[in-house]
Design a protein around this ligand. Structure first.
Ligand code: 9WN
Length: 477
């Protein structure tokens, strides 16, 4: 049996329009369309296996038009997970990629909010589910908070790279007003004082739930008399890797306070005892606004492009207030105290992804990142590895997230830091090959942690690591 036939018999083939065929195998180390070669040439089998496992994960986690992040641990549709997972689907089946976004936007609220979780089907394995977000009498179909708005970035990518142009234009036309309504909601509900940057009212909204960036602001939230509850996450993942009870009590306190006013977006900003300017949300939103403006131009919607331009301009100058020159990176801010947070986290590099950093800020960020990378075996740690309370295995307090590596790499490349981008890419690839497709990884040992067979990690393998898909059209300013 020749090597090609042998590989074909070991690697399960998934029947999609871009499945690997025998004739692809000789070129797999330099995958079709690759801009940068990140897959080691001598290791074709591992590369192939990684791709096929990634496809299988998406297929296994597909619940009919939407993808759950991981079985058991996260049994519903999550907002930014889905937008990132759609990039993975696009490499297998463009129609399915568009469907992922359609399902997400099917839960959009009248005021424009796109919820952080959509409860399409009941599940006993996650807390807090619909009965907590709503009430026993009136369960809700979603949570009443949001997450970093990746969707417009995905829509542009899907549209620009589409093979089926007709479908892409149709889907763009359908999704555009919904994206616009969500981005307008960010302006009105989360920046009612017109500062240029939006507020995040719950750590779950930031996507980096128990990042040390929230410690001070979260511990200022008084714990209310909340109904007793049983956490489900600890049944799936070791408690040493998850948020602590004191943090969960505050997550729940915020939830019940928001629920008490029926998640009224006109009130939440003013009543929430937790209100921060989150770098992740603002960087993703900034980038998403660049892409929304591009999409508006594409559709000939000049007035809307101008409106979005206004948001971009305001945010650009406001971003400078988050730059910590001494620390060599950006920091989130506690809006209620007016102070920049002390923690240096991986979100501090995301203004590169946004393209909002200046050339000299980008140079500082690259230098800081290099220092961080030299301190760990596998980058990028979610928290400064030089910090005394760095925890390589606890949620967002040290571990590596592949989606964040993708965003930062994309930014590095846009600013011309190609070598650093390649270093992170190669490192990420090595992590996945050696430790599998998990939720996150220990930056010191590389050990996989959190949920297993994780959708957005699989999607990044398909959409990024197999293609070297870093350079995107939005140029650094
Ligand atoms: O910990 C949790 O229960 C949930 C709460 O939303 O959050 C984690 O999982 C989500 C699904 O993957 C991600 O979207 C978040 O970024 C991540 O922090």
């Amino acid at each position: 049996m020749g090597p090609v036939a042998c590989l074909k018999s070991v690697v399960p083939q998934v029947h999609t329009h871009r499945s690997l065929h025998a004739e692809d195998i000789s070129s797999v180390a330099v995958l079709p369309g690759a801009k940068n070669v990140v897959l080691p040439k001598g290791d074709v089998y591992k590369s192939l296996q990684l791709l096929e496992v990634s496809k299988q994960i998406l297929i296994e986690n597909d619940r009919g038009g939407y993808t759950i992040p991981a079985k058991g641990l996260y049994p519903y549709q999550w907002n930014w997970d889905s937008a990132l997972v759609a990039l993975g689907w696009a490499t297998l089946d463009e129609g399915r990629a568009w469907q992922e976004l359609e399902k997400l936007f099917s839960a959009q609220w009248e005021d424009g909010l796109v919820p952080h979780i959509v409860f399409h089907q009941p599940s006993p394995t996650y807390f807090p589910g619909p009965e907590i977000w709503g009430s026993v009498e009136q369960p809700m179909g979603s949570t009443g908070i949001t997450q970093p708005p990746v969707a417009a970035i995905t829509v542009r990518k899907l549209y620009e790279t589409a093979l089926n142009k007709e479908l892409a234009l149709q889907k763009l036309k359908e999704l555009f007003p919904k994206l616009l309504a969500w981005h307008r909601w960010f302006q009105s509900a989360r920046d009612p004082e017109n500062t240029g940057l939006v507020a995040t009212l719950h750590p779950w909204e930031s996507g980096m739930d128990n990042s040390p960036a929230w410690d001070e602001a979260l511990y200022n939230v008084p714990v209310d008399q909340i109904p007793p509850y049983v956490r489900q996450d600890l049944g799936h993942v070791d408690s040493a890797m998850r948020p602590k009870q004191e943090e969960y009590d505050r997550y729940l306190t915020l939830l019940y306070r928001f629920r008490a006013v029926n998640y009224d977006c006109n009130q939440l900003y003013f009543l929430s005892p937790f209100r921060v300017t989150d770098l992740c949300t603002n960087s993703v939103l900034y980038r998403a606004n660049l892409d929304l403006r591009w999409l508006a131009n594409e559709l000939g919607q000049d007035q809307i492009a101008e409106e979005v331009d206004g948001w971009i301009e305001k945010a650009r100058s406001a971003f400078d207030s988050l730059y910590d020159e001494e620390g060599g990176l950006y920091k989130s801010k506690d809006q209620l105290t007016g102070e920049l947070v002390t923690a240096k986290t991986s979100a501090g590099f995301l203004p590169l992804f946004a393209r909002v950093a200046s050339a000299s800020q980008a140079a500082d960020l690259a230098a800081t990142l290099e220092r961080w990378l030299n301190r760990v075996k596998h980058g990028i740690p979610s928290y400064d590895p030089e910090s005394s309370n760095f925890e390589p295995l606890r949620y967002w307090r040290g571990p590596v997230w592949v989606i964040i590596n993708w965003m930062i790499t994309d930014g590095l490349r846009a600013y011309g830091y190609e070598d650093l981008a390649l270093r992170v890419e190669a490192d990420t690839y090595e992590l996945l090959v050696s430790h599998g497709i998990n939720e996150y990884y220990d930056p010191v040992t590389g050990a996989a942690a959190g949920g297993k067979l994780f959708s957005w990690t699989a999607a990044m393998c398909l959409a990024w690591l197999s293609k070297g898909d870093g350079a995107h059209s939005a140029a650094a300013h």
